[in-house]
Each structure stands twice: as structure tokens, then as C-alpha cells.
Design a protein around this ligand. Structure first.
Ligand code: GDP
Length: 443
């Protein structure tokens, strides 16, 4: 999901790549891309403005970390800001000391409110919290049947009084019943309309007044984009919400809603719906969502690992060598070991913008190639490692290395040939990545 956003941001990183400092001028373009990306993802305009201002301030204030490219650093800042806007940590559903905990579900029709009611009940049941669901949507008789059917499916009782009763009364009696039966949590499903209307709001407000819920969860369809902002504002102003459930994140959603809801209401998204099945509910984690929005795996981890692992002076030296095409097999081996310390190649590649689209097969292949290369380099003399040209000009040396490493002569020829190519490529290279990364994956 969020492909469009990921692609846009990806091009923003590209523009920063190769620069060695974050400055007011070189960040403008990246910021513009981020702004455009968020707007295209249907994030509310005001939310985008606030977000960009914050990122700009933080980016300019950030010290350039040696060994970490500005684009990576910028990613980290954007990522952290995304996490912050979305609320930093997961906030679980309330649980009061004197049960029942009363949860009121609110939202427009078709957003997945009834489904979310059952999903939540199942989720709580798995946490050993007993539940009861209350069906108050008398305007759509099918809604009551739907909840009853779902209740049977997940083995959770449903309180209903048919479609002739008053919704406020159903809610009141439902909560009474839950109290009498010592249920831990009672979840009240309410009527939704296709659009916000005053009758709906008034009824919801009345139910809230009567049952005094501990949680009012706004169910927001992730596909609604910009509208999610208005919806959140209206419900929060008129009813007061304590949190939200973002549904249909499994679909082709632009993701903007996730950013808007918290920013506008100040209330957290507590769960996400990721499918039609009752099991398809997950707690909402801002950090995971930020990673998904950026579409590039756990960028933060990458930057942190890079900071830990890269010997800064060494990294600078390495880069100089690359530029001068003096990069030799000893350096290559060093870089490889560095990569190994940082984890599997696949894991690292996934964290790098643009590289996360490589298939598992491609990654496996890359890893196998690195292992082979290491074995062959280990069979080289120190002199050969320092001077790859020696190998290029001597078939005998290559033969000896093949025998020593257990590979074919053709393999050694290829390694030496590729290495020569890589060196000249490095010289031309203006685009970054981690020092030593480019060119090492070619077959
Ligand atoms: P309500 O009118 O708000 O109560 O909406 P429903 O619970 O009846 O859901 C409306 C439609 O959305 C149904 O077809 C659900 O199966 C579907 N739906 C609900 N949640 C999700 C979700 O997280 N992902 C997907 N793909 N579909 C969902």
C-alpha cells in the first residue's frame, strides 16, 4: 500500500543523494517532494503544512553525521516526524477497574463499523476480556442481523431489541445487561449514514450522554483520504472521540488518513482493519505505519546501524579511494565484512530507498556472489589484493586462486573483470548509497 507516496519520497531522496550537507537550499526540493507526496496521498492540507514546517526546522538544525548520507539523515527526520504525528506509541483500548468498559463505535455507513465491532470483540476475547455487543442500528435491519451473525461466528453475545426500539434505549439496556452479567467490555455498534447529518449526530450524542462510554472510537475508512480530516473534525467537535480505528488498510489506500486523524483530533488510532475477516484487526503502531508510508522498510534501523558500524575516518578514506579508482580487494573485503556486521544483505537492501524492490531471488543471488568473492579474495596474496591489475594481466595467478579457493578459473576471471568494471564505475559515480555499496551486486 501507499505505493504512490513511497515512489514520490523515493525521488526526493534521490535528489538529496550525493550531497554532503543538509542546507536550506538543497533541502527545499526534497521538502517540495514530500509535500507533494503527502498531498497526493490525500493528507489534509493543514496537516501537510505543519508537517513540512516541522521537518524543515529539524532538518536544518540537524548536525550532519559523518558516514551517514544527508538523504539517509533526511529520511530519518521525516520518519521520526511521521511517527510523532501519528502518536509515537500504541495506545491500547481502555479497561476500567469497575467493569464493564463501555465502547461506543461511531462512523459513516460502509466504513466497516459493524465489522470493526466484531473484530474488536474477538480481539478482546483473545485477551481474555469477555464481551457483549449491542446492536442499535435500527434503520438498517440487515445491520442487526449482520451483528448477530458475526456474534455467533466469534461466540460473543449480541444484545438487540429488534428494529422498532429506540436506539438510545437499546444502548441503555444493553449496558445494563452487560453490567448484570459481569461482562468486561460492552461494545455498542451505532447507525451510520452515507454522509454526516444532524439526526445521526444528535442520536449519537444522546447515546453517549446516556451510556457515558469510556471509549468513543471513530471508524475511518482509509480509502476516504482528504475526507478523513473533515470527518474526524466533525465527529470530534460534536461528539468527542477518544480514538479511531482505521479500516481497509489492506486495500489500495493512499494512507493520508492515518496522518490526519491524530493531528486533527489529538486522539490516537488504536487499531487498523486489514481485511474483511473478523480476525483482520491489528493494533496500530505509529512506527510501523511510518515505515510503511515511506515504503522502505525500517530506515531508522539502517541509519542507526550505519552510525554504529562505520568507522567514520575509514569511510571518508574509502570514498576518496573510490573516486581515485584506488579501491582494491582489501577494501572490498573490508566493506563486505562491514556489511556482514550490519546483518544480512537482504535485510540491509530492504532498508535502502529504491533497493527495496529487489526480489528475494536477486538478494539471495547477491549474497551468494559476495560469499564466493570472499573465498576467492582470501586466496589472493597481499600484493594481489592491493593491486588488482596484477591479476588482470596474469592468467597463472588467476589459475592459482581458482585452485586455492575451489572455484573455476572462469569464476576468478569474472571476479577480476567485474572488479575492474566496478572501479571505473565508482569513479564516474556521483550517486551515493553506503560507501562501497554500488557495483557489488552486479552479476
Ligand atoms: P458499516 O456500514 O460501517 O457497519 O460497514 P460494514 O461493517 O458493514 O462493512 C462494509 C464493508 O466493508 C463490508 O463489505 C466489509 O466486509 C468491508 N470491510 C470492513 N472492514 C474492512 C477491512 O478492514 N478491509 C476490507 N477489505 N474490507 C472491510
Amino acid at each position: 500500500m501507499f505505493d504512490a507516496l513511497a515512489d514520490r519520497l523515493d525521488s526526493a531522496w534521490k535528489k538529496l543523494r550525493g550531497q554532503d550537507k543538509i542546507t536550506q537550499s538543497n533541502i527545499q526540493e526534497a521538502l517540495r517532494e514530500v509535500r507533494r507526496a503527502l498531498l497526493e496521498a490525500d493528507v489534509n492540507l493543514q496537516v501537510v503544512k505543519d508537517f513540512i514546517t516541522e521537518v524543515e526546522t529539524k532538518a536544518q538544525g540537524a548536525e550532519v553525521i559523518a558516514g551517514v548520507k544527508p538523504d539517509q539523515q533526511f529520511i530519518k527526520i521525516v520518519y521520526e516526524e511521521l511517527v510523532q504525528v501519528m502518536g509515537e506509541t500504541n495506545i491500547p483500548l481502555a479497561q476500567v477497574e469497575q467493569p464493564p468498559t463501555i465502547v461506543l463505535m461511531a462512523g459513516l455507513q460502509g466504513t466497516g463499523k459493524t465489522t470493526a465491532t466484531a473484530k474488536l470483540a474477538l480481539h478482546l476475547r483473545k485477551l481474555e476480556r469477555s464481551c457483549m455487543m449491542v446492536a442499535t442500528d435500527v434503520y438498517r435491519p440487515a445491520a442487526i442481523d449482520q451483528l448477530v451473525t458475526l456474534g455467533k461466528q466469534i461466540d460473543v453475545p449480541v444484545f438487540e431489541m429488534g428494529s422498532d426500539a429506540n436506539p438510545v434505549e437499546i444502548a441503555r439496556q444493553g449496558v445494563e445487561r452487560a453490567k448484570a452479567e459481569g461482562v468486561d467490555t460492552v461494545i455498542i455498534d451505532t447507525a451510520g449514514r452515507l454522509q454526516i447529518d444532524q439526526d445521526m449526530m444528535a442520536e449519537l450524542a444522546q447515546i453517549k450522554e446516556v451510556v457515558q462510554p469510556h471509549e468513543v472510537l471513530l471508524v475511518v475508512d482509509a480509502m476516504t483520504g482528504q475526507e478523513a480530516a473533515n470527518l474526524t473534525r466533525t465527529f470530534h467537535d460534536e461528539i468527542g472521540i477518544t480514538g479511531a480505528i482505521l479500516t481497509k488498510l489492506d486495500g489500495d489506500s493512499r494512507g493520508g488518513a492515518a496522518l490526519s486523524v491524530r493531528q486533527i483530533s489529538g486522539q490516537p488510532i488504536k487499531f487498523v482493519g486489514v481485511g474483511e475477516k473478523v480476525e483482520a484487526l491489528q493494533p496500530f503502531y505509529p512506527d510501523r505505519m511510518a515505515s510503511r508510508i515511506l515504503g522502505m522498510g525500517d530506515v531508522l534501523t539502517l541509519v542507526e546501524k550505519a552510525q554504529e558500524e562505520i568507522d567514520l575516518a575509514d569511510a571518508a578514506k574509502m570514498q576518496e579511494k573510490m573516486m581515485a579508482a584506488k579501491f582494491d580487494f582489501t577494501d572490498f573485503l573490508k566493506q563486505m565484512r562491514l556489511l556482514k556486521n550490519m546483518g544480512s544483505l537482504g535485510g540491509i537492501m530492504k532498508m535502502i530507498p529504491g533497493m527495496n524492490k529487489l526480489s528475494e531471488d536477486q538478494l539471495k543471488q547477491g549474497e551468494t556472489q559476495l560469499k564466493r568473492a570472499e573465498a576467492m579474495i582470501n586466496s589472493m596474496t597481499t600484493q594481489e589484493r592491493r593491486d588488482p591489475d596484477l591479476l588482470a594481466s596474469s592468467p597463472n595467478r588467476r589459475k592459482r586462486i581458482a585452485n586455492g579457493s575451489g572455484y573455476k578459473e572462469a569464476d576468478v576471471n569474472k571476479l577480476v573483470g567485474d572488479f575492474q568494471k566496478m572501479r571505473s564505475l565508482m569513479q564516474q559515480m556521483t550517486q551515493g548509497g553506503l560507501p562501497g555499496m554500488p557495483g557489488m551486486f552486479g552479476g
